[in-house]
Design a protein around this ligand. Structure first.
Ligand code: ATP
Ligand code: MG
Length: 277
């Protein structure tokens, strides 16, 4: 049975881009804009967003011996977390007319495991599809920054980042950046690229305009999606519950100190601890 059906009036918007490109910053802004337009919003992140997904995240980020995780294992773990997120959080939210903002989604696997880690695109695509079923993003915002900007921002967060590690990672992040730009070029109807070197306020405005234009959200107050959610004023308890567990916007303090966040402490440690998706 498809996870998404004609009654699923919500929208899924995913954010993609290198570490430090500004995804979390802009998700918070967009969530606020949508809420101000009286729309229901859930924000979530990958890998994670569910209890099982967060456990998978821990496996990816913390492997105690610091052994390198092979790309195939990484791909499958990300897919496992994603499969859970889609079924437990995203599909029910879409069904209730909610706008879901996801900090990374399937394109991260395509770019990180497929392009940057060189796994064959066929299996990456098939595994992605198996994980998400028919729940594709309605819109994907790729925040693009040059690799030096990305690394400089990561460096600010982890001041102990050794130069040697930075150099080792430059090639990888170059591939990630190029991978996103290629992907966006090949699917312009779903992906848009925003220049992440612009001022935060400018980016925020551009994203909000794109969301209004492409999805018709927030243009005249309520939209078809939100009208549906308002009509279903009494939401199923399960959805209300997942909203809390899925939210990353609320536990900001946790996110700030969370060593498992991609590109935070991880990049400064051994290769295996770098969350190379
Ligand atoms: N437009 C911008 N100009 C300058 N700095 C920015 C801009 N947007 C975000 N930043 C800063 O860059 C850093 C990284 O931003 P943010 O955490 O939003 O990126 P991210 O893409 O979510 O990173 P990660 O993938 O590691 O979670 C933060 O310190 C943030 O304040
Ligand atoms: Mg982030």
């Amino acid at each position: 049975m498809p996870l998404k059906n004609p009654s699923s009036t919500g929208k899924l918007i995913s954010f993609e881009g290198s570490e430090g490109s500004g995804k979390s910053t802009q998700i918070a802004h967009l969530a606020r804009h949508l809420q101000e337009a009286a729309l229901d919003v859930v924000t979530t992140r990958e890998p994670g967003g569910t209890e099982i997904g967060e456990q998978v995240r821990n496996i990816i980020v913390h492997n105690s011996k610091g052994d390198e995780m092979c790309a195939e294992t990484e791909l499958l773990l990300f897919a496992a977390a994603r499969a859970q997120l889609v079924r437990e959080v995203i599909a029910p939210a879409l069904l209730s007319g909610t706008i879901v903002l996801s900090d990374r989604f399937l394109d991260s696997s395509t770019v990180y495991q497929g392009v940057a880690r060189n796994l064959a695109m066929g299996p990456v695509h098939d595994i992605n599809q198996f994980a998400i079923g028919n729940v594709m993003p309605d819109l994907t915002i790729v925040i693009d920054v040059p690799t030096e900007v990305s690394l400089a921002r990561i460096r600010q967060r982890a001041s102990d980042l050794p130069d040697r590690m930075e150099r080792e990672n430059i090639d990888f992040y170059e591939k990630v950046r190029k991978g996103y730009l290629l992907l966006a070029k090949s699917m312009p109807e779903r992906l848009i690229v925003i220049d992440g070197t612009q001022a935060e306020a400018v980016i925020q405005k551009q994203i909000w305009q794109a969301v209004q234009k492409r999805l018709g959200l927030g243009t005249s107050g309520k939209t078809s999606a939100s009208t549906a959610s308002a009509t279903a004023a009494k939401k199923p308890a399960a959805v209300a519950k997942t909203k809390i567990s899925a939210s990353i916007a609320k536990p900001a303090a946790k996110a700030k100190t969370d060593a498992t966040k991609p590109g935070k402490k991880s990049i400064g440690r051994t290769k295996s601890k770098t969350l190379k998706r």
